[in-house]
Design a protein around this ligand. Structure first.
Ligand code: PLP
Length: 674
């Protein structure tokens, strides 16, 4: 049995609450500190709650009701998923890191609202710094005194970050058209050889194909022109001629009606494996699901040849593309899209007149960028990133992370591989903070807008009115405190935070090897197959009893197996030995080669349901698989010397042997009946 030392294991409260005392003493200390802070703000003010009121019948009743409800809550919460246990290998859920949990709890009674500095003078700056910490992890410039500097902020979750990304990119994409129309309307004479002149004289069709950087440059040139060439009394009117023609002002219908001769509504290219938040985002933005084009994948990774095919077609019919989205860590299979190929395609097609942005949906895999980052912020060479791993990172995974810095924006979820508590949901990070200016919306109560200028202090001053730039309004400052403190305690590079994720990937490699060994042991009874080679720490497994050729029956078999491993409210959680999750491997997502390989390995006749039409309806040619997320820090416990991965494989083996007997006798019975 291989059991390794695991340094990051002690960064958590612990599966058996081993760090209980540390946690409790720190929590108590900061809770008391907060109470003193209250008392020491004008300590000579008289009390607002009289000691006597504590004995009033109403107050006593209030306390009694509160205790009853809290007791009930505490009891109900005992049925929660035991995320801290190494027996949980299901969804993308984990125990949170101590620094994040403590920082969040410490900040909660201060109740800061990160909508603006006036509601959260301390935590709002932390949120902007969290954005820069994540930017550095991604490889974007995080130094506000150098341009372009990135920007990032915390959202409720990856879903919202994806909405935000599309909102920003759409605003940028259609700005040049509004700029041209506005300038023409006002008879503006742009300076010769300037980008404004280029825009003024451009074929309108070309204007929705500028790069993000070009559009930012155009907007800056426009603001400079207004300042220098337009007399102050007319400035607002001239600027309004541009702003009133922007898509945000007109709405999509009026905008595309106005420009129908030279531009149509955009599409977004996403892989077949894209998270469903993309469908929700296009519905919300009025683009509609018909504007979401799914690109075929190869073994659940976006296929660059298929992408190229779609780009050629779009170019031919002058179809604007808002963005190509690559997923770094697909929700179902943990696979990584070739970000390097996406940014290369973006730069190549831009030269041919087809412009689009590249967004990386790294909600799941974003923090794995720490494994490629040296403490000085540089990208580690491939051979150094391999230290400590058996398989990770493959060349395509390395290239994808190396070129993450070349994307236009990224979604990353601190609540997933950032091991931060909910409240700290997702994050949106863009390479150039000026992207945010395109969607800024003012409200006088947030404070006065900051004049546009460069430099570190201007950068922080600008984002103190955070609510102006984001989809949400009020938002928890305690979440920003949690992320900021955690990233300070464990900087986002290989030698610090990366140790936790190294452990997770090593555990997944061990899991992969142990499953292969288990497969050989049960091969006479059940076929076991890992249908998609894992890219990092998520592993799916498919099963089929030997002799069965029907996919519907294989699915029923796996479902029965999963019934022993699932969270089921009718069964006490404590009776479960282990937890996994499940997902479907749809034929439409697999190339025929991959589908053929999977059914061959399982001994199934075809990747389809032939026997029972009702199954076809239910599963639509999908293979049910067990899905395992290996992110628990105690899977290989170096104190108790227990290898929970090995234990799980033995448990699975035992279940398989047991179920296959039932399956075989049921099959025999049904054969004799017919
Ligand atoms: C790739 C991907 N994108 C987006 C999301 C949405 O994130 P959230 O659940 O935080 O909204 C997920 C969630 O699993 C995801 O895996």
């Amino acid at each position: 049995m291989s059991v390794k030392a695991n340094e990051s294991a002690s960064w958590f409260i612990g599966a058996q609450a081993e760090n209980h005392q540390l946690f409790e003493s720190l929590l108590l200390e900061y809770l008391r500190d907060h109470m003193y802070w209250r008392r020491n703000f004008h300590p000579d003010d008289p009390p607002s709650i009289s000691a006597q009121s504590a004995y009033s019948p109403e107050h006593l009743e209030f306390i009694a009701r509160m205790k009853d409800e809290l007791n009930a809550l505490s009891a109900a919460l005992k049925s929660s998923i035991p995320l801290s246990s190494p027996r949980y290998m299901g969804h993308m859920l984990s125990d949170p890191l101590i620094p994040g949990l403590l920082a969040q709890m410490l900040a909660l009674p201060y109740n800061p609202n990160n909508v603006s500095e006036e509601a959260a003078p301390v935590t709002i700056e932390m949120e902007v710094k969290v954005g820069l910490q994540l930017a550095r992890m991604i490889g974007y410039n995080d130094d506000p005194s150098r341009s372009p500097c990135a920007f990032g902020y915390l959202t409720a979750g990856g879903t919202l970050s994806n909405y935000h990304a599309l909102h920003v990119l759409r605003s940028i994409k259609y700005y040049p058209l509004a700029l041209q129309t506005g300038m023409q309307h006002m008879n503006v004479q742009p300076p010769p050889d300037s980008i404004l002149e280029r825009i003024m004289e451009s074929d309108p069709c070309a204007l929705s194909n500028l790069s993000v950087a070009e559009t930012i440059q155009a907007r800056e040139a426009w603001l400079e022109f207004l300042e220098q060439a337009v007399p102050a009394p007319q400035r607002a009117k001239v600027d309004n001629a541009v702003n009133s023609g922007r898509i945000e002002k007109l709405g999509t219908h009026a905008f595309f009606t106005l420009h129908r001769e030279h531009c149509s509504a955009p599409v977004i290219l996403v892989p077949e494996t894209a998270h469903y938040s993309w469908s929700k985002a296009v519905r919300l933005l009025g683009i509609g699901e018909s504007g979401l084009v799914h690109i075929p994948t190869r073994a659940m990774r976006l296929d660059p040849d298929a992408l190229e095919h779609s780009l050629v077609a779009a170019h031919k019919i002058k179809q604007p593309i808002l963005a190509v989205v690559g997923v770094l860590g697909t929700t179902e299979y943990g696979t990584f899209d070739p970000i390097h190929e996406l940014v290369e395609a973006r730069d190549r097609w831009h030269k041919k007149g087809l412009g689009f942005a590249v967004h990386a949906d790294a909600a799941w895999g974003g923090y794995l960028a720490t494994l490629f980052r040296d403490a000085d912020g540089s990208t580690l060479p491939h051979d150094k990133t391999r230290n400590g791993f058996k398989y990770f990172p493959s060349q395509h995974v390395y290239s994808a992370f190396r070129d993450l810095a070349r994307t236009d924006s990224v979604t990353v979820d601190p609540h997933k591989l950032g091991y931060l508590p909910y409240g700290v949901g997702g994050a949106y990070v863009c390479r150039d903070h000026r992207c945010m200016d395109f969607i800024a919306a003012d409200a006088p109560y947030l404070g006065r807008p900051v004049p546009e200028e460069d430099g570190e202090s201007a950068y922080f001053r600008k984002f103190r009115r955070l609510g102006s730039y984001i989809l949400e309004g009020s938002k928890p400052g305690s979440a920003a405190a949690a992320a900021y403190v955690t990233h300070r305690v464990l900087p986002l590079d290989k030698d610090h935070f990366g140790k936790l994720l190294s452990q997770s990937v090593q555990d997944a490699e061990h899991f992969y090897d142990r499953i292969q060994a288990m497969r050989d042991r049960v091969n006479d009874h059940v076929r076991v197959c890992i249908p998609i080679e894992p890219d990092s720490n998520l592993v799916c497994i498919a099963f089929n009893p030997v002799g069965n050729k029907s996919m519907a029956i294989a699915n029923n078999f796996t479902e029965t197996l999963f019934n022993h491993l699932r969270v089921d409210r009718s069964v006490p959680l404590q009776t479960r030995a282990f937890f996994s999750s499940s997902t479907m491997l749809y034929k439409r997502m697999l190339r025929s080669y991959d589908a053929g390989r999977v059914v061959d390995e399982l001994g199934i006749a075809a990747y389809t349901f032939t026997e029972r039409p009702e199954d076809l309806e239910r599963d639509a040619d999908g293979l049910l698989v067990l899905r395992h997320t290996l992110m628990n820090p105690w899977l290989r416990n170096n104190v108790s010397k227990i290898d929970y991965i090995e234990k799980y494989c033995l448990y699975l083996e035992q279940l398989l042997r047991q179920l296959v007997t039932t399956y075989t006798s049921a099959e025999q019975n049904s054969a004799s009946v017919h």
